[in-house]
Design a protein around this ligand. Structure first.
Ligand SMILES: *Cc1c(COP(=O)(O)O)cnc(C)c1O
Length: 419
């Protein structure tokens, strides 16, 4: 019987006769030898297939619609470049993400700029880059843009609206409820829209809403359409991202088709038929194409069985930030029975540095490879240097060949900014 957790790895993931996991034709022991561990390994074919699935699902159902990838979910230039090559635009938050998007070769007209606290410098970068849309989140964004945009040109803007939708997700990733720091309530949005419409250098293109992240029920995401419609008729509506990803066997997020059906249904019911529709998937675009490969550094059989790995909250903050549940396998021993309940912990000086609790594994040994599937989203994003940790590489695997697209940080990198 195939290992049940293979379902959480990219399609086509297999096991060699000796029990070693093989992703995109690459044996994980070879990947570990060549690139070291921890490593974030991406099945490039799966990543491309997901981008195409999103684009086709949306544009086959509605002509005037487009997908922009929410870069913050996996802000590696190579990942953005894949999205650009697959015909998507890029959603960015912050100056660094704008610069990354440009490095990835995106058409600036397809950049959507977000942020609840954009600085003047960041808005200058956006305007000078020719970003197609800046999503205005507050009055101060408008003040700054009016200073920055040269007379005689017009910067396209959307206004971010709080739709008043409370999604069934962790409170830390709810963003559509009244009281959110993101966006404006409809009353405040109305005032700002009137101001933008009177501005000589701003082009009021439309409205934006983003309900939350890791939302499993697409009806909650589609519920943003009606509150936007109440603010009037515009050429563009951006309904954000937020679709949930599958981290464990019990997660059942809607499929891309179901999600797009729900959004387009709500758009048909509430929004102008000729308006352009934008969606901004992040997590659900990238999570399933990647896994993190660790080496077990110690096994302590005491009050609990602690399986400690060579990474942790330095490369995955999702578990610590909002108790995201993961699964894992001993990637060189896929044929063996799970015999032990363990807790998988990281190497950092926090009791909260727990990756998976509990987990069933074969009796783990020092040197075993541990593969955690479904780690594409927000891991590379939030990797950090806690305890002098060197941030891991991003490795693309495709057709039996693996290549680093982001190298591992070096010890020297850690001190590069000392003055
Ligand atoms: C984070 C974010 C997204 C992407 O959300 P996911 O849950 O990763 O799909 C899209 N739009 C905005 C404005 C965001 O802040």
């Amino acid at each position: 019987m195939p290992h049940p957790l293979l379902d959480l790895f990219p399609a086509g993931t297999a096991v060699d006769p000796d029990g070693t996991l093989v992703v995109a034709g690459c044996r994980v022991d070879d990947v570990a030898r060549e690139f070291g561990t921890p490593a974030i390994v991406v099945d490039e074919g799966a990543l491309r297939a997901r981008a195409r699935e999103y684009r086709t699902a949306l544009t086959s159902r509605r002509q005037n619609a487009r997908v922009v990838f929410a870069s913050k979910a996996f802000p590696a230039t190579a990942v953005q470049r894949v999205m650009v090559e697959e015909g998507l635009g890029l959603d960015v938050a912050g100056g660094g993400e704008i610069l990354g998007a440009l490095r990835a070769g995106v058409d600036p007209a397809l950049i959507v700029v977000h942020g609840n606290a954009k600085t003047t410098e960041e808005l200058r970068i956006a305007v000078e880059a020719g970003a197609g849309l800046v999503v205005v989140d507050n009055e101060d964004d408008v003040d700054r843009l009016e200073q920055l945009v040269p007379r005689g040109s017009a910067q396209g803007v959307l206004v971010r609206v709080i739709p008043g939708v409370v999604s069934s997700t962790h409170p830390h990733v709810q963003t559509g409820q009244v009281g959110s720091k993101f966006g404006l309530t409809p009353t405040a949005a109305r005032r700002l829209i009137a101001r933008i419409e009177a501005s000589p250098v701003l082009d009021m293109r439309g409205l934006h809403a983003h309900v939350g992240s890791q939302v499993m029920d697409p009806a909650e995401l589609a519920a943003a359409a009606a509150p936007l419609a109440a603010l009037g008729s515009f050429p563009v509506y951006d309904l954000g991202g937020g679709l949930g990803a599958r981290y464990t066997l019990s997660d059942r997020p809607a499929s891309v088709d179901e999600y797009v059906d729900a959004l387009l249904g709500a758009a048909a019911a509430h929004l102008p038929a000729d308006a352009e529709l934008i969606i901004e998937p992040g997590r659900s675009m990238v999570n399933g194409s990647a896994f993190t490969l660790y080496t077990v550094t110690t096994v302590k059989r005491d009050a609990r069985t602690f399986v400690a790995v060579d990474g942790g909250m330095g490369d995955n903050l999702e578990a610590a930030l909002f108790q995201q549940r993961y699964e894992a396998v001993l990637a060189g021993r896929m044929h063996e029975e799970d015999t032990e309940e363990v807790v998988v912990v990281g190497r950092h000086c926090e009791s909260g540095d727990v990756l998976i609790d509990p987990l069933r594994l074969p009796a783990a040994r020092v040197g075993d490879l541990l593969a955690v599937p479904a780690t594409g989203a927000y891991t590379h994003t939030m990797a950090n240097n806690y305890n002098g940790y060197r941030r891991p590489p991003v490795v693309f695997a495709r057709d039996g060949a693996a290549r680093a697209v982001v190298r591992r940080e070096t010890w020297a990198d850690l001190f590069d900014r000392d003055v």
